[in-house]
Design a protein around this ligand. Structure first.
Ligand code: CA
Ligand code: CA
Ligand code: CA
Length: 733
């Protein structure tokens, strides 16, 4: 998963394209008053003449360079102290305007420099590969000149581009001496919109939201309506016969703070006949189409698991099995252990997310979810997923889990038993296919979190594989014990921090007691060795009770409850059972108090869709320990949300539903311009953690802080461990 450091990294893919200059000279000695800002035309930039006396609206970025910027006498002064290695080593920028496809624009500004130098101006995409929509290089002298850049926006409308002024070291030149550059009187105006291409982003929001896949015949079915003035009744229309098959009442008013709207509800559970339908009312229009059928999840069940195969690293994916997402072997060179010259083979495993990093911590969550899904309904999982191990007599979900486990085994230091946190490049790659990320692979240091998670899933693997492949199972068990011993010897646990120079996903969990507990439970479950039980009894706490990559307590607790009765401490058993039920009751309560019936609450964090899938999973796990039909109902409601019963009227699983994400932050999909099906995207994130989200979602309520754009990595990335709880949830729906 990406993080803020991405900005720093990917800027390195920015290259200047030199174009013809368009400069008019002036003899004025003061910079003020050269470029004429035509007041009759709307200036798309803010604080363009610095009469505010401050830098509001302008940002500063540096990498391997150093500078300062401020407004002096109503002009922008940039001190370039060290021009760095790259043209973007010192950069000034402004965001927050829109460039519409087919329109012509003109940028105009005055500038001078205390030394003769060239510099670059770019209008660029503010994310992904940061490529330029238009750019130009200019020569600056101590004389004030007016510069212009006329261009046509040829690419699809961008509501959040960046104007960047690159003041680092121009290409092919030596570092410049310290100097100052002055700017004033910027104007960016629309010259010609006669060829404007109307944005295809029409309003896709519906006033009536349903699960866009549909509903099995006997499921409860509730449509969520919104609006100020809603009708009293709604109709369910069979779209094949165009007949109204049911008319129901629109009921209950709910003021929904998280989506900033008023919701109403319509129950159409009585419609049980197989078919394709819409819901409509006079004033709210239609819902999207949906199906009533017991097969609605059949295809998506397949694709959300197949997605893991398509994320495989270190092997060739053939077009026979991977279709458009086929690729040659990738990331197969030996990797260097951070801070050493030692190289080891850590090939294999799944690419974690939209990037190609491989991380033990989230990988362990994914594998645990697969094991739990398999154990809950082994007969659901076939041997025909279309992976290299299909038809080998072993359920493909287990083959897929093993692919990750084989990689994880390579991530264990054979001497200490500790497990390396991750293997990635130093930086995130550009928008390339996996085989084209060729930067040096670096193994980050051993972490306590990775070691604990590893010990837990290796013991689970022993449990699952002991009847399938005894040698492999034993290998997993021995590795698990070794990892546990590593942690057991430590007096305190430490969270992982990215070492200097590595900026890929950190997964920096600082509470490791839950990982250690989980490892102890899984090892006790398969060995009944008292030393593990002692640790469980001494260390159990109801903190970190989650199913996330950081809080793993529920995994520990659930599997302790699955140990034979005569092997558990009955007092602890009861305590854990109560804690699990409390957690499920809390999820149930949240679901009942939510406008769209999900167990989320008021905040929508990064990866909120994982939270929704995890809550469905939690409710289903609790149902296995203490049967409660309300848990199953609430789990189904969480699932319905992911497929369209939400304020964005979106199915958050790619390729499924009428409206689903088509512009994910996922490098293979971006590289071939076709979105891989069966990926659950991160979803609404009210913390607005990328520049694109900040630009376009600033005024949205939490549940609507979502945009289907590949630049928005904090809303629209995908990960293996967002798919995996959905695999469990759909298995136990
Ligand atoms: Ca000025
Ligand atoms: Ca198989
Ligand atoms: Ca933890």
């Amino acid at each position: 998963m990406e993080n803020f450091f991405k900005l720093v990294v990917v800027v390195s893919f920015v290259f200047l394209v030199a174009c013809s200059n368009n400069v008019s000279n002036s003899n004025n000695s003061s910079i003020t008053g050269n470029a004429v800002v035509d007041e009759s035309q709307e200036n798309l930039l803010i604080n363009y003449d610095f009469s505010s006396g401050n830098t509001e609206g302008w940002g500063y970025f540096e990498q391997n360079g150093s500078g300062e910027f401020s407004v002096v006498e109503e002009e922008l002064e940039v001190k370039v102290n060290d021009s760095g290695k790259e043209d973007y080593s010192v950069q000034i920028y402004q965001d927050g305007f829109l460039l519409a496809q087919g329109c012509k624009y003109e940028l105009r500004f005055d500038a001078m420099s205390t030394i003769d130098r060239s510099f670059g101006v770019r209008f660029q995409i503010n994310g992904g590969d940061y490529h330029a929509y238009s750019s130009n290089n200019y020569d600056l002298t101590s004389e004030v000149q007016t510069y212009t850049l006329e261009f046509e926006m040829k690419e699809p409308t961008d509501p959040a581009p960046r104007l960047a002024l690159n003041l680092g070291t121009p290409k092919d030149l030596e570092t410049l001496e310290a100097h100052k550059v002055y700017f004033d009187n910027f104007s960016l105006v629309l010259l010609d919109d006669s060829n404007k291409v109307e944005s295809s982003i029409e309003n896709k929001m519906k006033q009536i939201n349903i699960n866009q896949l549909g509903y099995p015949l006997d499921y409860k079915k509730i449509a969520v309506f919104r609006g100020e003035d809603v009708d009293k009744t709604f109709d369910v229309v069979n779209i094949e016969t165009n007949k109204v098959v049911y008319t129901g009442d629109i009921e209950k008013e709910f003021i929904n703070k998280t989506s900033g709207e008023t919701n109403y509800y319509g129950d159409f559970s009585n419609v049980r006949e197989k078919g394709k339908y819409i819901i409509k009312t006079e004033t709210l229009g239609n819902s999207y189409e949906f199906e009533i059928s017991n097969d609605i999840y059949e295809r998506v069940d397949y694709d959300i698991l197949k997605m893991l195969y398509l994320q495989r690293c270190g092997v060739e994916l053939t077009s026979e099995l991977a279709g458009d997402y086929a690729h040659p072997i990738c990331h197969n060179d030996e990797a260097t252990i951070y801070g050493t010259t030692t190289k080891i083979d850590v090939s294999g495993g799944w690419h974690d997310a939209g990037d190609y990093g491989r991380y033990v911590v989230p990988g362990a969550k994914t594998v645990a979810d697969l094991f739990l899904a398999y154990q809950s309904k082994p007969d659901n999982f076939g041997d025909n997923l279309g992976i290299p191990e299909s038809s080998n007599g072993i359920a493909d979900i287990l083959d897929e889990a093993r692919f990750e486990l084989e990689w994880m085994l390579k991530m264990q230091d054979s001497e200490s038993g500790g497990v390396y946190h991750k293997v990635t490049g130093a930086n995130f790659p550009g928008t390339v296919m996996p085989q084209d990320e060729t930067s040096e692979l670096i193994v980050s240091p051993i972490s306590d979190a990775a070691t604990g998670d590893f010990a837990a899933v290796m013991a689970m693997s022993y449990d699952t594989f002991k009847s399938i492949d005894k040698d492999f199972a034993e290998k997993c068990l021995n590795s698990s014990k070794k990892a546990w011993d590593y942690l057991n010897k430590k007096s305190t646990f430490q969270g992982f921090k990215n070492p200097s120079g590595i900026v890929t996903g950190e997964y920096g969990d600082s509470t490791i007691s839950d990982e250690y507990l989980w490892a102890s439970v899984e090892l006790y479950k398969v060995t009944y060795d008292k030393k593990y039980h002692t640790e469980i009894k001494e260390n159990y706490s109801n903190k970190s009770l989650g199913l996330g990559w950081a809080d793993v307590g529920i995994y520990a607790l659930y599997d302790y409850l699955n140990i034979d009765n005569d092997k558990v401490d009955s007092e602890l058993f009861n305590k854990m059972k109560n804690d699990l039920i409390s957690a499920a009751d809390e999820a149930l309560k949240l679901s009942k108090n939510d406008g769209y019936f999900i167990s989320m609450g008021e905040e929508y964090p990064w990866g909120s869709n994982m939270t929704v899938a995890n809550k469905a999973m939690l409710l289903q796990m609790a149902n296995k320990i203490a049967e409660n039909s309300e848990y199953i109902e609430a789990a189904r409601n969480n699932i319905n949300y992911l497929f369209g019963v939400n304020p964005m009227s979106t199915s958050y699983v790619t390729g499924y539903g009428t409206i689903s994400p088509v512009s994910t932050h996922h490098r293979p999909s971006q590289s071939i311009n076709s979105t891989m099906p069966g990926m659950l995207v991160g979803g609404p994130n009210s913390n607005l953690q990328d520049p694109y989200a900040k630009s376009v979602l600033a005024n949205e309520p939490p549940a609507k802080c979502y945009v289907d754009n590949s630049q928005s990595y904090s809303c629209n990335e995908i990960t293996i461990y967002w798919n995996s709880p959905l695999i469990y949830a759909l298995t136990n729906r």
